[in-house]
Design a protein around this ligand. Structure first.
Ligand code: BG6
Length: 491
């Protein structure tokens, strides 16, 4: 981001009263994968963009057994930014950022080093800075870390960002909520789902509610079915320990894809604030029909059971596809097809809404077949930086009335003077510092999603093997009949 642009962003946020107060940010799990890939590079980018508070400190923490020294932690951060950041860790801005980093280990029996590091950071910031914890730890550790923060007094007045998946089923999510609420009241809990921080996912709200064009047709009268399709080409990339206990359904579907569904399917909110957005999303979740295992496919890529730390007879799915029904006035009878999986042919992020065919068949039959194959659709591609494609039929030039498939495309890249400024995590950390919960998930919403998922979790269909580089097990085609999957493109 150029310096002038940076000042523009800072100025416009400041004018809107949206620059965060001074902060001490504590990353729990600071030596882990998420901190390395997303949090440290993201915080440096926020610093460069002028979006961190005027005065801040970042304290890393981890159990003493994994704890680096302070210099080692700074070097760890430098390498993380060099490898995963958008700008190199160099120059004055890097030096200032590096100076703001410190480390203090913490174990349930001994939080003294962390306490000392946080106190020192607060003294360096001066005044009464806010405290924000980011729990970048494996889901099994959420409860014990929260309890530790409570017992040590570190949680006092602090906010907390909790990673997904939140629980592994309804009972564990409720227990985790109780543990959290014993230490942090709901207004200080920020359950993150980073898909909600993606620019083109937020743009679904703009598309639907800022234009007169789309909302009138955004319902069962005009839309025949919806696909939310997030195939990934990467495999589990050595994350067996996390993945074996989680699987694609919990890692991607009940979290990211359902949150997206909430945005796509919600009624117009009363306002664009946290309360209204969560209310509308929760109404969608309440209207979801309990998942039917007969309408779900679980898959596992060939070779998964041979990966390090994966059980030789593992039943964990690396792929899930399902048909979801929303029993409300807007969507009754419109199937939503969801798919995600690892080691698939492409990595994509797509939401596609397909329109119903017009009532009268005036054109040659072939044209209607094309429409039936999904050429009459709106496709939201939320890969960074994202695009929206309206596909439709047009008259081919010439003396005959022949129809051809065509499209209109909006591309985020290059469409605005100020290109895409923030990556999902950056956006969400900023929102948490500002105390705005609009893009975070709520206890009620998550509770309901686990409830909806129960039948499938209790009676999962057997995992079906699929070749790496494919689009999943063959039975996915049966799942969407009489419709088809849109991906791969141009099939
Ligand atoms: C994470 C999942 O939440 O999202 C990963 O744990 C997945 O398994 C990732 O790969 C996908 O995120 P994105 O933004 O790369 O699509």
């Amino acid at each position: 981001m150029a310096t002038d642009d940076r000042h523009d962003v800072t100025r416009s946020l400041a004018a809107a009263g949206r620059l965060p107060d001074d902060h001490v940010i504590v990353i729990c799990g600071a030596t882990g994968d998420l901190a390395r890939r997303k949090l440290l590079p993201g915080l440096f980018h926020l610093a460069k963009a002028g979006l961190l508070p005027a005065r801040y400190r970042i304290v890393g923490t981890a159990p003493a057994a994994d704890a680096p020294g302070e210099a080692e932690f700074r070097e760890h951060a430098r390498q993380a930014v060099a490898r995963f950041g958008r700008s190199a860790p160099e120059g004055d801005q890097w030096e200032a950022f590096e100076q703001a980093l410190s480390f203090g280990s913490a174990d349930p029996g001994d939080t003294a080093p962390l306490l000392a590091a946080v106190r020192e950071a607060e003294r360096a910031v001066g005044g009464s800075p806010r405290r924000l914890f980011h729990l970048a730890v494996p889901p099994v550790a959420f409860g014990s870390v929260v309890t530790m923060l409570g017992a040590s007094g570190l949680s006092e007045g602090a906010r907390v960002i909790v990673e997904k998946p939140f629980g592994t089923d309804l009972a564990s999510a409720r227990t985790l909520n109780d543990t959290l609420h014993a230490v942090f009241d709901e207004s200080r809990v920020f359950r993150i789902d980073h898909f909600l921080g993606k620019e083109s996912v937020d743009n679904i709200l703009a598309l639907r509610f800022a234009n007169g064009m789309f909302e009138p047709i955004w319902n069962r009268d005009h839309i025949s079915h919806v696909q939310i399709d997030v195939p990934e080409s990467i495999d589990i990339q050595g994350r067996a320990r996390f993945f074996e206990g989680t699987g694609t359904f919990r890692d991607m579907i009940v979290t990211h894809l359902f949150q997206l569904l909430g945005f796509v399917a919600m009624e117009p909110p009363a306002a664009l604030d946290a309360r209204s957005l969560r209310e509308e999303k929760n109404k969608v979740f309440r209207s979801l029909r309990l998942l039917d295992p007969a309408h779900a496919v679980r898959g596992q890529y060939e070779g998964y059971r041979g990966e390090q730390e994966v059980a030789p007879a593992s039943d964990t799915e690396t792929f899930a596809a399902l048909r979801v029904e929303i029993d409300n006035w807007r969507w009754a009878g419109v199937p939503f097809y969801l798919r995600s999986g690892k080691a698939l042919a492409e990595g994509r992020h797509m939401v596609t809404l397909t329109f119903r065919q017009p009532p009268l068949r005036m054109f040659p039959a072939a044209a209607h077949d094309a429409a039936a194959a999904g050429c009459d659709s709106l496709a939201i591609d939320f890969d960074d930086p994202g695009r929206i494609t309206a596909r439709f039929l047009a008259k081919e030039p010439g003396p005959e009335m022949r129809l051809g498939q065509t499209e209109m495309v909006f591309d985020y890249a290059g469409s605005f003077v100020q290109d895409h400024a923030l990556e999902a995590y950056e956006h969400l950390i900023l929102e948490a510092m500002l105390g705005d919960q609009s893009l975070f998930t709520s206890a009620e919403g998550i509770d309901r999603l686990w409830e909806v998922a129960e039948p499938l979790l209790k009676h999962p269909p057997p995992v079906e093997p699929y070749p790496r580089g494919s689009w999943g097990p063959k039975s996915i085609h049966r799942l969407v009949r009489p419709h088809q999957w849109y991906l791969p493109d141009g099939r």
